[in-house]
Design a binder for this molecule. Structure first.
Ligand code: HEM
Length: 130
């Protein structure tokens, strides 16, 4: 009888312990398509891009081309890369901005804008073009 009680106690314990942690939030997964942006101790921006093993400040035009949609829009102006995804819906010139997504949009941008647009653009600076 004592053995059965001990066995039941052990089984209950094992069951309780295995049930613990089931309510835990699923671990956050990192979207491999999203660039990971962080800062080193000197405040320098470090970007890790899809498929790149190390973190360096390297963004080239091929990287920019991968962000050519309304939902994910990077563009280059004067050899600087901008992620303007958040600005697409606010753009006073409407969907015209989409022509620039994933491209070197320097001439398109210069053709249509005054200094004010450049100030806004600076808010979306990501990295110098490699
Ligand atoms: C590169 C592709 C882009 C194209 C083709 C484009 C085109 C245009 C057009 C056609 C207008 C209307 C101009 C008018 O009504 O006179 C406009 C206005 C404007 N755009 Fe863009 N745009 C682009 C990117 C951007 C970006 C990246 C920004 C800022 C982040 C921006 C900011 C503005 C602002 C603030 C205006 C209001 C007019 C001004 O203050 O210059 N645009 N754009």
């Amino acid at each position: 009888m004592k053995k059965i009680v001990t066995l039941l106690f052990v089984l209950t314990l094992v069951f309780t312990l295995s049930a613990c942690g089931k309510d835990k939030e699923p671990e956050q997964t990192v979207d491999p398509n999203e660039p990971e942006i962080r800062y080193d101790e000197d405040g320098n921006k470090i970007i890790k891009l899809k498929g790149r093993p190390t973190t360096t400040n390297e963004v080239n035009l091929d990287d920019v081309k991968e962000h050519s949609s309304k939902e994910d829009c990077w563009l280059v102006v004067d050899d600087r890369v901008f992620d303007v995804t958040e600005y697409v819906d606010k753009h006073p010139g409407g969907e015209a901005i989409l022509k620039g997504c994933g491209t070197d949009a320097t001439s398109l941008f210069d053709a249509k804008h005054e200094d004010k647009a450049r100030d806004i653009l600076d808010e979306y600076f990501l990295e110098d073009l490699k």
